[in-house]
Design a protein around this ligand. Structure first.
Ligand code: M1P
Length: 270
């Protein structure tokens, strides 16, 4: 993958990698449940910790969501999110930036093909239409560059409706049952159906999980790659990158836990 920008131009006030305390280390963070609560904004304390960390290591986020949602969650008023991280990986790295510059990556539709995608969408919309769940809202399929996100309740639900669906789904396994059916019916497409969040599941070609983002940094000279995520269990959308031999994986239980680990691993050491 030819993804390295020709020159490293660091934003004003940001130390070049070589001048950081651990010049060959990068910390990569999942977003929901790791840097912020699900679909909520990161706290000022988290922003301060991430800013401080840039004096120690290179810093990246790697989220399943699309860039618009991640920017909403990690925004600091008057600042550019893309410049607040050395690397930005949304949609598992299918949309990627290094030091504010976009990196090349693949596209879901080019990989799968229009005809096969149409069959999948038609099947899923029929399935949703026959699904008897307490409430339905809008935006049942969200088409993204590197993946498609499918939600039985619809992404246009409120935070309260989201929480209620999540609870209902834990009991009734709506998404789990649907994913099983899709895995069998569309096995020939080589797709992964990953339940990463609360109301939806992501659909992407095998291998386009969060490990995809590692391809963007493989020639960047890092000898330690720390990954922090909350869904590191089998089936969770942090599992593959957490288990990958190229990373040192950390399971976190909340954004506060992430900050605590940064303190222990970096800040408290001389
Ligand atoms: O980051 C985890 C997931 O966040 C959202 O999931 P949900 O809306 O179901 O909580 C989605 O953006 C999803 O793509 C992403 O993997």
């Amino acid at each position: 993958m030819a993804t390295t920008t020709p020159q490293n131009v660091f934003p004003k006030g940001v130390l070049p990698f070589a001048e950081r305390k651990h010049p060959k280390t990068i910390c990569m963070f999942d977003v929901d449940g790791t840097l912020s609560l699900a679909r909520q904004s990161a706290t000022p304390e988290m922003h301060a910790a991430l800013k401080k960390l840039r004096g120690y290591t290179a810093v990246a986020f790697v989220g399943g969501s699309d860039l618009v949602k991640i920017v909403e969650q990690l925004e600091v008023k008057g600042e550019d999110v893309i410049e607040n991280f050395d690397y930005c990986f949304s949609e598992n790295g299918l949309t990627a930036f290094k030091l504010g510059q976009p990196l090349a990556s693949a596209s879901f539709i080019e990989h799968v093909g229009e005809e096969e995608y149409k069959n999948l969408v038609n099947f899923v919309l029929r399935y949703f239409s026959e699904l008897d769940i307490p409430i339905k809202r809008g935006t049942f399929i969200e088409y993204r560059r590197g993946m498609v996100n499918m939600s039985p309740i619809g992404r246009a639900c409120s935070l309260e409706e989201r929480a209620a669906f999540y609870k209902y789904d834990q009991e009734h396994k709506v998404r789990e049952k649907m994913v099983k059916i899709l895995q069998e019916k569309f096995a020939h497409l080589g797709l992964t159906f990953a339940i990463g969040g609360q109301i939806s599941f992501d659909v992407f070609p095998h291998g386009w999980d969060k490990t995809y983002s590692l391809g963007h940094i493989e020639n960047e000279g890092f000898d330690q790659i720390h990954f922090f995520g909350d869904k590191t269990f089998p089936g969770g959308n942090d599992y593959e990158i957490f288990e990958d031999p190229r990373t040192i994986g950390h399971t976190v239980t909340s954004p506060e836990h992430t900050q605590q680990l940064l303190e222990e691993l970096f800040f408290s050491k001389a």
